[in-house]
Design a protein around this ligand. Sequence first.
Ligand code: NBP
Length: 478
Amino acid sequence: MSQKAQIGVTGLAVMGRNLARNFARHGHTVALHNRSYGRTKELVEEFGHEGTFLPAETAEQFVASLERPRRVVIMVKAGPATDAVIDEFAPLLEEGDMLIDAGNAHYADTRRREAALKAKGLHFVGAGVSGGEEGALHGPSIMPGGPKESYEALGPLLEDIAAKVDGEPCCVHVGPDGAGHFVKMVHNGIEYADMQLIAEAYDLLRRVGGHSPAEIAEIFKGWNEGRLGSYLIEITAEVLKQVDAATGKAFVDVVADAAEQKGTGRWTVQAALDLGVPVSGIAESVFARALSGGKDERAAAAEAGLPGPSAGAEHSGDLVADVEQALFASKIVAYAQGFQQIQAASKEYGWDIDPGAMAKIWRAGCIIRAKFLDFIKQAYDKKPDLATLLVDQYFLDAVSGAQDAWRRVVVTAAQQGIPAPGFASALAYYDGLRAERLPAALIQGQRDFFGAHTYQRVDKPGSFHTLWAAEGRPEVDA
Ligand code: NBP
């Protein structure tokens, strides 16, 4: 074969097909492969005119059509399929060649695969790709991990097809081994929190304010022009103004109220638990989806008639303005927690992730793209080791400016019996963070009482244990 491809894509379902087209539209020759040849054939028939594709029926033909170092993008169903593809291709590749897993793999799988392939002299790059099928075609946000040296040969191609902000690509080498997939996972976790907070804002505007979905769509449209400006706010307005053609009702009223999940939110919370990072905003959003899907429990509660508050107090304030403040402040908390998780993992695994660069590559192409990511980037540019985003001046001012309204909204939700776990837990996190003394001191006392777990004192160094059973006996150095 004379002509060689700069990059190849194996796995040509919706995501792989669109990524392949994106590479081709940017002038790269793209080798194509899929387990079943039908998808490969379809792609060439439908979109062959968009660029230069080299379709292959077998893995051997595909590998032979790639220039060296070979760059093989894997875009298959995450899990055993990825391992199957790696097992098929690795023996056909040579030292220095790259396998790039652009699917939604768990970062622990990516770490395992990277270590195994490194031993064979191959580069394995776990790359997070966000933006769904539209993003894959028109410019996703790309979060590649893997060996730094692989980025030299791979980075320019990925940057070519990535979304751009002021000409700057939304793609950067995140860090070694599983760093890219970890960051993509947290991105999805933050997305869960963002969506839950938006849903709570809608619910309060509807149930407390009595606004119709169409009116709330207009409110969100207005918010999208301000500091909340983001893709998720924009599409929320679109969803809320949608009318169901069959019934003439608001679309949101004909959709079953059980939110589904694919698992990346859950992974984020599981990883956060292991790292000991309180991502309460993400956790609440995962649990809220689980509660919404708890058919049996909800039916039992309805049957038992679990009572709400006897009299719902009026909201004291401008509800729309207050909810905007509560939404913005809670969103800041959720992002602060997500970034803290990234920093904790970076430290744990020695990834050396630049958090400001993550904010930068999320500004376009991905689901959580938002105006305020610019401020996150600036915060980390000013102070890369920022302990929490909440102490950066912009965010500190925003949250302190919002807090009275935020508290009013949480009070109203509690008094009227409307669940707002995202708003309430974000506020509790904020109050926990700023507390001079936490009741954790009492917990330490309890732990020492029942398990002799010892405690530290505020007035002198060392570990102490109180002889609880012997009344009046002094504490001892442990
Ligand atoms: P799917 O996740 O639906 O996977 C379908 C592809 O996997 C097909 O090409 C299929 O080949 C291939 N495949 C399977 Br299934 N088992 C295989 C095996 N044992 N060996 C080889 N190939 C196998 O495709 P998708 O929705 O395009 O998503 C691809 C990846 O991108 C996933 O990891 C997904 O999580 C991630 N992702 C998706 C989105 C999105 O919006 N959809 C967004 C971001 C990331 P076949 O044609 O022969 O059956």
